[in-house]
Design a binder for this molecule. Structure first.
Ligand code: MEV
Length: 303
């Protein structure tokens, strides 16, 4: 193909970020905010946006990986359009890497090779992350809802929530730095960290059970407990704590940071018929997104 386009969704981690780096399970859902990558073949080798050559970027690294594997020696020009805010925990770079690999898989092979896309996007993620677990690229690729473990990979699960409220604290941060912060905590507090990992694992089991019985009150309590474990390992922030408090005061069942923390976004769980009212209250202080869960994964788009 001379030209192609794909798109991939952003994500929210409902339970288990950071601990997933240490091979504990996490629950994740694709959201209805997407990154779209259109690309067409270019005479000059490399990845271009207009007259600028893109280097050392998740998109260019993912594309170069696909080119290497497909034996493709020309280049591509890209058009990136995304509704996912960047550096706030919603998986923007992973969805850009996945859609970049997906589009160039279509161009070079005439089809989306999921295994190739997964490996290529993983390479792209390494440019900005430190030791990525693979959860962000997996959900951007497969979509829906899932249980992810580093050693066992991604399994689709039903997440019986229609909408989730996302609060953007307005503070951006680097995922790699937050992952390093947790590693420092682990190195200084080995015994306590093992206990935290054990509790997190139990908490995920309890959350899966609460999803099955649609017990939102229990899910809310589990979210708050997950938030307190994340606070203890050093990835919460004043803005996150403020957003959690405002959400609870407004009537949410629970709230926690999502993604790497240190700022970024907070997710908030509430009854479907109250969620719009709660969203209005929070919007007096923070930017909020009310988004649907379980969006499609990587898909081909019309040009
Ligand atoms: C970032 O979205 C999730 C982290 O757990 C890092 C990772 O899993 O690679 C913080």
């Amino acid at each position: 193909m001379m030209k192609a386009a794909t798109s991939a969704p952003g994500k929210v981690i409902l339970f288990g970020e950071h601990f997933v780096v240490y091979d504990r399970p996490a629950i994740v859902s694709a959201i209805h905010l997407r990154a779209r990558i259109e690309a067409w073949i270019h005479d000059q080798p490399g990845v271009w946006i207009g007259s600028r050559r893109l280097v050392n970027h998740p998109a260019s690294r993912a594309i170069e990986y696909v080119f290497e594997k497909a034996g493709f020696t020309s280049g591509v020009t890209l058009k990136i359009s995304s509704s996912i805010p960047s550096s706030v925990g919603l998986g923007s770079s992973a969805s850009i890497a996945v859609a970049s690999a997906g589009t160039t898989s279509l161009i070079t092979l005439g089809r989306i090779d999921e295994e190739l896309v997964k490996l290529a996007a993983g390479e792209g993620e390494k440019i900005i992350h430190f030791n990525p677990s693979g959860i962000d690229t997996s959900i951007a690729l497969y979509g829906g809802g899932g249980l992810y473990t580093r050693s066992r990979g991604f399994t689709h699960i039903e997440i019986p929530l229609k909408k989730i409220l996302i609060i953007d604290t307005g503070k951006t941060r680097k995922t790699g730095e937050m992952v390093k912060r947790v590693k420092e905590f682990m190195e200084k507090n080995k015994e306590r960290f093992d206990k935290i990992l054990k509790r997190e694992e139990e908490l995920i089991e309890e959350a899966l059970d609460a999803f099955r019985s649609l017990d939102l009150e229990r899910l809310g309590r589990l979210m708050l407990e997950n938030q307190s474990l994340l606070r203890e390992v050093g990835v919460s922030s004043l803005e996150i704590e403020e957003a959690v408090k405002i959400a609870l005061d407004a009537g949410a069942y629970g709230a926690k940071l999502t993604g790497a923390g240190g700022g970024g976004c907070v997710i908030c769980l509430a009854d479907e018929d109250r969620i719009e009212g709660i969203s209005k209250i929070i919007s007096n202080r923070f930017k909020v997104y009310l988004t649907e869960l379980s969006a499609d994964g990587l898909r081909e788009e019309k040009i």
